[in-house]
Design a protein around this ligand. Structure first.
Ligand SMILES: C[S@@+](CC[C@H](N)C(=O)[O-])C[C@H]1O[C@@H](n2cnc3c(N)ncnc32)[C@H](O)[C@@H]1O
Length: 687
């Protein structure tokens, strides 16, 4: 402690210099520590060999082996976050087995409370915060990994979707057959008992086809969207009721309805007007089933010729008023085309007073937005043969061509340069992902990108036999979904504070890039993760990209959800603050146990002729062509099951022949319906 030159004095006399050396010293140590950490994680020269070895492992093990392998990140040297802190991990319990097909926002039980007018009760009605489940949706007992694409096109395991209804109700249409422990899809459909391929060939002769996405409500055609997804075909739950379908304007090249019995001519043509909104300029609208070709089919449809003619005339009238041109009416198909631009249509408004062209509205807005009865205006053009909004390249060039919405500068702060940079980024990222997960081995077919921005992730995957559902948050200032459709990809608006419009276990791979940075202040991260667990198949993979802090939080939650995961470096190396968390959902199923008592109730009866839906209607005997749904309720711990049965089995005045296999399949004995639940048989006696 000498008076001269002692450290203490020095500090006292030159505090600025003192602080500077302190900062330099600490920074030096930090940098050293970071470099040491980076060195530990930098691929050694022979690292590519290691990658190759990982690639060669059996596909089902690869994602989890990447998780256990040296790809794991060693944070300890340069972060203050404890990755191995398992203290306080909350173990989530499985929900009751009755929730194995739970679709929170399309729950038929909740739906019943809502307005039946315009089928509003079948639209999205999500559970309130208090009603949300805080448990893991179980797979049914004996669930097996679905067949790989392309076998999945033709086969699915019965135990994965234990619904025989379609094989019975639609036996004549040859949709689906039960063969032992599996379903076989012979390729039939409503208007194409010769097979969808023949039907599609018929369409292809008339207009060129590329890619498709289907939607249907969770309705009496039990499990159809679930079947489509199980088969590896793009689909989601959705309905044309009172609100816009969740897609931007000018999205689809073609829209198709085969006997969907939507009242196209009613409500001032509102449903056709909505189809017009989502169709691209020059896009096609295809209708088959009633009333098309009524002269041939009217008897089978149990409708009068006058009635069917009137309906067809009304549809033709709306189509003309919204400026569509009839392209063809051939055999069972009618095809209309939307104009390439609205030049002529605007002039036509003098002839047709209604519908008007909408004045002020964002035509892309489609999240809980009511449908309108006015025509969505197309972007202006300068010549009569220009495509409004810009012509598109042909597929596959289209996937990487600059989308017209971007080249025209219509998406704020997104320009051509950003678009091209984004493609480059995703090309590199997919190359990196290939080392982390078995992307190239056919392990994944159904992929969802929770925050897809410009669709770069989907674009970089085009060489693989996969499809990607591109999700864009609704009502964003930088709405990119229209551009994604212009690239030829599919997607939907969705707010991840709510459940997605799909069945459980429908995706093989979930990509969650910066999802939590967007949603963490708006809703509960745990609920988003539980929803991801619901829609992910057992042994499915999730890739998260976010800050370390968020990923550590996510990992601590998913550790309690029976997921195995590991945090890894960004593809550009350890200095990037963004990290990657790769997780795999482990295989487990719900258990069916014990016996219980059962009782039954009618829950609804739909008469397709009038389109009426009567709650609690027991007058099923009077229906001609329809579906009665029966809910078998169980007491105790037995698994309840919902069944449906065509009412024409009860009707003597049936217009359709009796189906030969209904007895065995539903176990109908006289007036007694026999339902087999997962573990016990229930009988329900009617009338
Ligand atoms: C007879 S099926 C045809 C299915 C398939 N396209 C085929 O041809 O085999 C009719 C489809 O229309 C759907 N549908 C009925 N009303 C609908 C509505 N309002 N909005 C959307 N889909 C509807 C049904 O759920 C069903 O999937």
């Amino acid at each position: 402690m000498g008076k001269d030159g002692s450290p203490k004095q020095y500090y006292q006399f030159d505090p600025k210099r003192n602080r500077l050396s302190w900062i330099l010293g600490v920074s030096g140590l930090c940098i050293l520590s970071y470099i040491m950490g980076a060195w530990k994680n930098t691929p050694a020269p022979n690292q590519s060999e290691v990658y190759t070895k990982v690639d060669c492992k059996p596909p089902s093990d690869m994602a989890s082996s990447a998780i256990q392998s040296g790809f794991a990140l060693d944070f300890q040297s340069h972060h203050q976050i404890d990755l191995n802190n398992s203290e306080g991990v909350q173990e989530f319990q499985p929900c009751d087995l009755k929730f194995s097909e739970y679709t929170p926002c399309q729950d038929p039980v909740r739906g019943r409370k809502f307005d039946r007018n315009m089928l509003k009760y079948r639209e999205r009605h999500c559970p309130s915060k208090e009603e949300q489940l805080y448990c893991l949706i179980p797979a049914p007992p004996n669930y097996k990994a679905p067949f790989k694409w392309p076998q999945s096109r033709d086969y699915a395991w019965y135990d994965n979707i234990p619904h025989k209804e379609l094989s019975i109700e639609k036996a004549i249409q040859n949709w689906i057959q039960v063969e032992g422990d599996r379903f076989r899809f012979p390729g039939g459909g409503t208007m194409f008992p010769r097979g969808a391929d023949a039907y599609i060939d018929d369409i292809n002769e008339l207009i060129p086809l590329t890619n498709a996405m289907s939607f249907a409500p969770r309705d009496t055609h039990e499990a159809q969207v679930q079947f489509a997804l199980e088969r590896g075909v793009p689909a989601m739950i959705g309905i044309m009721a009172s609100q816009r379908i969740p897609y931007p304007a000018r999205a689809f090249d073609m829209a198709h309805c085969s006997r969907c019995l939507i009242p196209w001519h009613k409500f001032d043509g509102m449903y056709l007007i909505e189809v017009d909104r989502v169709l691209r300029p020059g896009g096609y609208w295809i209708l088959s089933g009633p009333p098309i070709r009524w002269k041939k089919y009217w008897r089978g449809w149990e409708r009068t010729q006058e009635d069917l003619k009137q309906e067809q005339d009304a549809i033709e009238d709306v189509a003309t008023r919204i400026c569509w041109k009839k392209v063809v009416e051939k055999d069972d198909l009618s095809i209309w085309q939307k104009p390439k631009n609205h030049m002529e249509c605007i002039q036509n408004r003098q002839t047709f007073k209604t519908p008007h062209i909408c004045q002020s509205d964002n035509p892309d807005m489609a999240w809980y937005q009511n449908m309108e009865k006015c025509i969505t205006p197309l972007p202006e053009v300068t010549s009569a043969d220009s495509v409004a909004g810009g012509a598109l390249e042909k597929w596959p060039k289209r996937a990487f061509a600059v989308p017209p919405r971007i080249s025209s500068g219509s998406i704020p702060s997104i320009d051509v340069e950003k678009f091209q940079k984004d493609n480059e980024i995703w090309r590199e990222r997919i190359a990196y992902y290939k080392h982390l997960i078995p992307l190239a081995q056919g392990r994944y077919r159904n992929i969802i990108d929770m925050n897809s921005y410009l669709g770069g992730f989907a674009a970089a995957l085009t060489k693989f036999p996969v499809w990607v559902m591109n999700v864009v948050p609704p009502n964003s200032d930088h709405d990119t979904l229209g551009a994604i459709y212009e690239r030829g990809f599919i997607g939907t608006y969705h707010d991840w504070c709510e459940a997605f419009s799909t069945y459980p276990r429908t995706y093989d791979l979930i990509h969650a890039s910066n999802v939590f940075s967007i949603y963490q202040d708006r809703c509960n991260v745990t609920h988003i993760l539980l929803e991801m667990d619901r829609i992910l198949r057992p042994e499915g993979t999730v890739i998260f990209r976010d800050t370390v802090e968020l990923l550590v939080k996510v990992k601590s939650i998913t550790d309690g959800m029976r997921w195995k995961s590991n945090i890894m470096d960004h593809e550009s190396g350890p200095f990037n603050p963004e990290k990657i968390l790769v997780a795999v959902k482990t295989y487990w199923t719900g258990e069916a146990k014990g016996d219980g008592l059962c009782s039954w109730t009618w829950i609804d009866h739909r008469d397709f002729i009038s389109g009426n839906l009567d709650f609690g209607d027991k007058s099923i005997r009077t229906a001609h062509f329809g579906i009665a749904r029966i809910e078998v309720q169980t007491k105790g711990i037995m698994t309840p099951e919902t069944g449906s049965v065509s009412s024409h089995w009860l009707s003597h005045a049936t217009p359709e022949p009796r189906l030969p296999n209904c007895r065995q399949s539903l176990g109908m004995i006289g007036r007694t319906f026999l339902f087999t639940t997962a573990n016990a048989a229930c009988t329900a006696v009617m009338f």
